[in-house]
Design a protein around this ligand. Structure first.
Ligand SMILES: [Zn+2]
Length: 379
């Protein structure tokens, strides 16, 4: 499985706080979640005008285009469809937007890349965007961030839409029918947000909006963490059984809604900074984003100086639900001292790192990686 890319926006860390101390809360205008939520697409899209532009990858189009066509036409709309081929590069997004200037709304359907492509098109067209995820591997559906790649699949920028998605449609029947590995990754990505937002608040961190974290965001991120601890095992079992149970609904809400609101209004920090090194690390580079972030949370906790018991408790939870506790679980068996130092060096280049509660240097990051690895080896 390949990394689906970083999802979150780059905070303007290191820059002065914008908006003169005025706090900001951003989130999607509407959020619908449940089995069959995609069936609302006609009604939802009609509110924006007669000509929706649907963007998705070839897999999604093969699976859902007839249903989407019927739903949109049934609402009296004239939809157009565009298929994302390959990587989300700036030329690819411009090609998707070409000739679509009259679109009333852009509808992204699929995984993170399809949704980000739709957001990129919406930015060019100055149109609102509706996101309809078919997997729950991260919180891209609710965020304003767009990860941009080059032709070599290396992420080169994270653009930010001027507004959050106007509407999010999370059809949990689709999520439950997708491989559980995607939901497991989404759990890893979501669980980080509590630790990152708390550190951001405790220090001088800024959110992707360039403003100070909100107490509201910390509460939401904390709720995501608690919801996952309580319901993740049952939710993953439900996903294996392809059933949208209440446990699965709770966890999808934590992964898509709470996680997105938590990081956009609470800030990212060391856990996401570590992905700078992980996306270039032997073996680990091919792990999905949420699995990388899950392991990185253990390092984040180690760097904060949390006690062994607390870190081991989360690691044991990871073990139960199949998330990584060591680099070996991410595909990087027996990391060398040089490899760990290089990971720490690349981590230091992440702007999110300035959101850690206290200043960190490369040696401190490397030491935290080694401590987390030692603890992970013991569970
Ligand atoms: Zn993430």
């Amino acid at each position: 499985m390949t990394a689906t890319g970083a999802i979150e926006g780059t905070p303007p860390a290191g820059l002065p706080e914008r908006k003169g101390g005025i706090r900001l809360f951003g989130g999607p205008g509407r959020y619908h979640q449940g089995p069959g939520a995609l069936d609302l697409i006609g009604e939802v899209a009609a509110a924006f005008g007669p000509a929706p532009l649907v963007v998705g990858d070839a897999h999604v189009m093969a699976m859902l285009r007839p249903r989407l066509e019927a739903l949109l036409a049934g609402a009296g709309l004239r939809p157009a469809f565009r298929t994302l081929e390959g990587e989300i590069t700036r030329p690819a997004i411009e090609a998707l937007a070409r000739g679509a200037e009259t679109a009333s709304v852009v509808v992204g359907v699929g995984g993170g890349k399809s949704l980000d492509a739709a957001k990129g098109v919406a930015m060019i067209l100055h149109a609102p965007v509706i996101t309809a995820p078919t997997i729950a591997s991260n919180d891209s559906p609710t965020s304003a961030a767009v990860a941009i790649y080059d032709d070599d699949h290396v992420m080169i920028a994270v653009d930010r839409m001027a507004a959050s998605p106007a509407c999010v449609l999370v059809d949990t029947a689709l999520i439950a029918a997708a491989p559980a590995s995607f939901l497991r990754a989404g759990i890893g990505d979501a669980i980080a947000k509590k630790f990152e937002a708390e550190g951001c608040m405790a220090g001088a961190g800024l959110t992707p909006f360039g403003t100070r974290p909100l107490v509201t965001a910390l509460a939401i991120a904390d709720c995501a963490h608690a919801t996952i601890l309580r319901h993740a095992e049952a939710a993953l079992a439900a996903c294996e059984a392809r059933e949208a149970t209440p446990d699965l609904e709770h966890v999808v809400e934590a992964v898509v809604l709470m996680s997105g609101l938590g990081f956009e209004n609470g800030g990212l920090s060391l856990a996401h900074s570590l992905t700078r090194g992980l996306v270039r690390a032997r073996g680990a580079r091919d792990a999905i984003h949420g699995a990388q972030v899950a392991w990185a949370v253990l390092v984040h906790m180690a760097a904060e100086g949390r006690g062994d018991d607390e870190i081991l408790s989360l690691a044991r939870f990871y073990r139960r639900i199949g998330l990584p506790v060591r680099l070996a679980n991410l595909g990087m068996a027996d990391p060398t001292e040089t490899e760990i130092d290089e990971m720490a060096r690349l981590t230091m280049t992440a702007p999110h790192l300035a959101n850690f509660a206290v200043p960190l240097d490369r040696a401190a990051v490397a030491a935290a990686i080694r401590r987390a690895e030692a603890l992970g080896a013991s569970v």
